[in-house]
Design a protein around this ligand. Structure first.
Ligand code: NAD
Length: 503
């Protein structure tokens, strides 16, 4: 079966209407072969505005449904995702180029966040606070926020929506999603799976979850619309620099999940076998196209010559190939621009004195598919392209002698998403996690930078945008907080002892 035929068969099984991916002007292509696999009608600005109005109406009904009942819808969504896991995972592999286990893993993450959100639907707790006034009670109440706009990147085409949607829905909001223009078919599939869950749940207002198809201009309509209370935007720092101020201008809420330039430190006491595997997965997995991909590595002088030659071997031998027909560990880059960006960064690294292992294009599926051998670059110092995120499998490696200097270099980039240290020395590990250590939103010990679990809050600092999604108390970002004080006395004492007596 051709990739196109398989895609259409998967979409049909997942319940997607063929009209939504044929006969339109926006092409979806598979990075696996470079083939066009869908032609989608684009959502116009007028249609977008109407869909947002619909979402607002839907929100007004949904916010009155008790939260545990809202959780029931998300439980059914998790159920439907379990049933659709194989098909949806395969579609992720086709449209985003992920290897089979990563495509399935992404759907598993959706199931996990649904489970989390179901529990959460009975735990949207507010505080009770001691008041200074007799006969009074003070408390916090959390209320639904409104329409939640989700903008997502190509590299997690389904999980990012679910992180946002599962929380937003149990919190009583409606969701309007603008997926990446590179991965619209997986979004249509998610919407079809949602529709099955909604039909089973019954009583779900129309327009509770909707998908907009188009490029950034469609995203801009969502960002600027006064009825969208929160926009959770995942993508490049360049995108966040545009979206952030536009939301701030109209005082809308923002959850920004932007680029990373993640690093690891390998200390003298590190378990090098463990470090090697974690580094290999973190740097080469998903062909270097994760926001949490390991991009910079600082290796202590005393272990450099034991670790780096082994790493180079892994780079030379890792299997690169078609993720649909082989068990290769490294699939394709998303498109030609990603390939060109990688070659540009490698040329700049060479000019800065870097020694490159790998990085060349690998012929796998003809001229329209862009496969590369991952690149390891030994740099004399942290400079040039190492300071920026290049969304491709390039790992820059630098020697260090002094722990404090390694931490300083670690933090000396714009992004602040994920970080890791490999050490068996308790003091080094704790210092890395302390206030003077890693400045990232995610800091790990003896684990790589990528592959976070949904139970923790996910996101990063500085140019990564500061947003948090997924677990812990990230749900608070999707609700509004009211402080309520109730006077059950017969007097009216004012706070701070103020008196204001009128006759
Ligand atoms: P991108 O910034 O090109 O696009 C992301 C999304 O934003 C797309 O849907 C796009 O249409 C939309 N968009 C772009 N400009 C916009 C604008 N001005 N207004 C409204 N919408 C706009 O990113 P990409 O190439 O799809 O993804 C790769 C990037 O995403 C990397 O930088 C990666 O680190 C980042 N990323 C971050 C996280 C995270 O959680 N921090 C997760 C995944 C990816």
């Amino acid at each position: 079966m051709t990739v196109v035929n398989e895609t259409h068969a998967l979409l049909a099984r997942l319940g997607v209407d063929a009209k939504s991916y044929t006969g339109g002007t926006m092409a979806s292509r598979s990075p696996v072969t470079g083939e066009t696999i869908g032609s989608l009608p684009v959502t116009s600005a007028t249609q977008t505005a109407a869909m947002i109005e619909k979402a607002d109406e839907s929100f007004r009904a949904w916010r009155m449904v008790p939260a545990p009942k809202r959780g029931e819808l998300v439980r059914l969504l998790g159920d439907e995702l379990r049933a659709a896991k194989a098909d949806l995972g395969r579609l992720v592999s086709i449209e985003a180029g992920k290897i089979a286990s990563e495509g399935l893993g992404e759907v598993q993450e959706m199931i996990d966040i649904c489970d989390f959100a179901v529990g959460l639907s009975r735990q949207l707790y507010g505080l009770t606070i001691a008041t200074e006034r007799p006969g009074h009670r003070m408390m916090e109440t959390w209320h639904p926020l409104g329409v939640v706009g989700v903008i997502s990147a190509f590299n997690f085409p389904v999980a990012v929506w679910s992180w946002n949607a599962a929380l937003a829905l149990v919190c009583g909001n409606s969701v309007v999603w603008k997926p990446s223009e590179k991965t619209p078919l997986t979004a249509l599939a998610c919407q079809a799976v949602f529709a099955k869950a909604a039909a089973r749940a019954g009583g779900v207002p129309d327009g509770l979850s909707q998908v907009l198809i188009g490029d950034r201009s469609v995203g801009e309509v969502l960002v600027d619309h006064p009825k969208v209370a929160l926009v959770s935007a995942t993508g490049s720092t360049r995108m966040g620099r545009d979206v952030g101020p536009r939301l701030a201008k109209r005082f809308a809420r923002a959850i920004l999940e932007l680029g990373g330039n993640n690093a690891g430190i390998v200390c003298p006491s590190a378990d090098l076998d463990m470090a090697l595997r974690a580094i290999a997965f973190g740097a080469m997995g998903t062909a270097g196209q994760r926001c949490t991909t390991l991009r910079r590595l600082f290796v202590h002088d005393s272990v450099y010559d034991r670790l780096v030659p082994r790493l180079k071997k892994a780079y030379e031998s890792v299997s690169v190939g078609n993720p649909l027909t082989s068990s290769a560990l490294v699939g394709p880059l998303v498109d030609r621009a990603a390939h060109d960006g990688m070659q540009k960064a490698l040329a700049a690294a060479t000019a800065a004195g870097g020694r490159v292992t790998g990085g060349a294009r690998v012929e796998v599926e003809g001229p329209d598919a862009f496969y590369v051998r991952p690149a390891l670059v030994e740099m004399p110092a942290q400079e040039g392209p190492m300071l920026e995120e290049t969304f491709a499998p390039i790992l820059y490696v630098v020697r260090y002698a002094d722990f404090d200097e390694a931490v300083r270099l670690h933090n000396a980039v714009g992004a602040g998403l994920s970080s890791s240290i490999f050490t068996l020395d308790l003091q080094e590990a704790e210092r890395f996690l302390s206030a003077e250590g890693s400045d990232c939103g995610i800091a790990n010990v003896n684990i790589g930078t990528s592959g976070a679990e949904i139970g923790g809050a996910f996101g990063g600092e500085k140019e990564t945008g500061g947003g948090r999604e997924s677990g812990s108390d990230a749900w608070k970002g999707y609700m509004r907080r009211a402080t309520n004080t109730v006077n059950y006395s017969k007097a009216l004492p004012l706070a701070q002892g103020v008196s204001f007596d009128i006759d």
